[in-house]
Design a protein around this ligand. Structure first.
Ligand SMILES: [Zn+2]
Length: 212
C-alpha cells in the first residue's frame, strides 16, 4: 500500500470519523510492506501484510486481467478522472483492468478485493468487508462490480467521492443519495456526486500520526 493513502483512510467501524495510526514495520520507498493500522477511537487494528491492507479477513476470488482495450477505454471514459492525483478505487473485477487502465488514466489506482490480476505500478491493494474505509472527499472515482454492489458499499463510495467524483456500478442497483445519473446502458450506470457528504474531516486539520 502506498504511504500517501494514509491521509484518505478511516476506520470502517461506524463511529466518529477517525484517522488511522500507522506502525510501520517494513517499508520500501513509499510502499508500506508490513505495518499495522490502528484506530485511536475503537482500538481496532488492521494489518498490512505483504503490501496488502486487510480491513477484513478471508479469501478474495482470483480475477483474470482485462485484455480488451475497448472495454478499458470505456471504463476510463466512465471514470472521467483525467490527470487526478486523488485515487481511483477499482472494486472486485474492475481491479483486473488496472495494468491496462494505467496506460490511459494517470490517477493512482487502489484495488479493493482483487486478486490474481496484475496491478498498475504504484497501485495499492486492500481487502475490505462490506464498505470502503475512506474519509469524505478523498477519492476521484470508484467502480464497484456486481459481486460487491450492496447498498452499504455504494453508500460508502458515494460518501468518499470528491464533488463531481464519479461512481460506476451495475445497472440493477440504486444510485445513492447525493448523486446524479450521467449515463446508463445495459450493464452499468455512471453517476456523479452533487453534494458534499458530511464528515468531521474539515474539523480535523492535524496530519495522520505515523510511527516508524
Ligand atoms: Zn475505529
Amino acid at each position: 500500500m502506498q504511504r500517501d493513502l494514509l491521509d484518505a483512510l478511516r476506520c470502517p467501524v461506524p463511529h466518529e470519523e477517525s484517522w488511522l495510526v500507522a506502525m510501520v514495520h517494513q517499508a520500501v520507498g513509499l510502499t508500506l510492506r508490513e505495518a499495522t493500522l490502528a484506530c485511536p477511537v475503537c482500538s481496532a487494528e488492521y494489518p498490512i501484510v505483504d503490501g496488502v491492507a486487510h480491513f477484513a479477513a478471508g479469501e478474495v476470488p482470483t480475477h483474470h486481467a482485462w485484455d480488451n482495450d475497448a472495454l478499458v477505454w470505456r471504463l476510463a471514459a466512465q471514470l472521467g478522472v483525467g490527470e487526478s492525483t486523488q485515487p481511483v478505487v477499482l472494486v472486485g473485477a474492475y481491479g483486473a483492468s488496472s495494468a491496462l487502465l494505467a496506460t490511459k488514466v494517470a490517477a493512482p489506482h487502489l484495488l479493493v478485493n482483487t486478486a490474481g490480476a496484475p496491478a498498475a505500478p504504484g497501485a495499492s491493494r486492500m481487502v475490505v468487508a462490506d464498505r470502503l474505509p475512506f474519509g469524505v472527499s478523498t477519492l476521484a472515482a470508484v467502480a464497484v462490480d456486481a459481486g460487491h454492489a450492496t447498498e452499504v458499499m455504494l453508500a460508502s463510495a458515494a460518501r468518499a467521492l470528491r464533488p463531481g467524483g464519479r461512481l460506476v456500478a451495475p445497472v440493477h442497483t440504486i444510485i445513492p443519495a447525493g448523486m446524479r445519473e450521467l449515463a446508463r446502458d445495459d450493464t452499468e450506470w455512471v453517476a456523479e456526486t452533487t453534494t458534499r457528504a458530511s464528515g468531521l474531516i474539515e474539523l480535523r486539520r492535524r496530519a495522520p500520526h505515523e510511527v516508524m
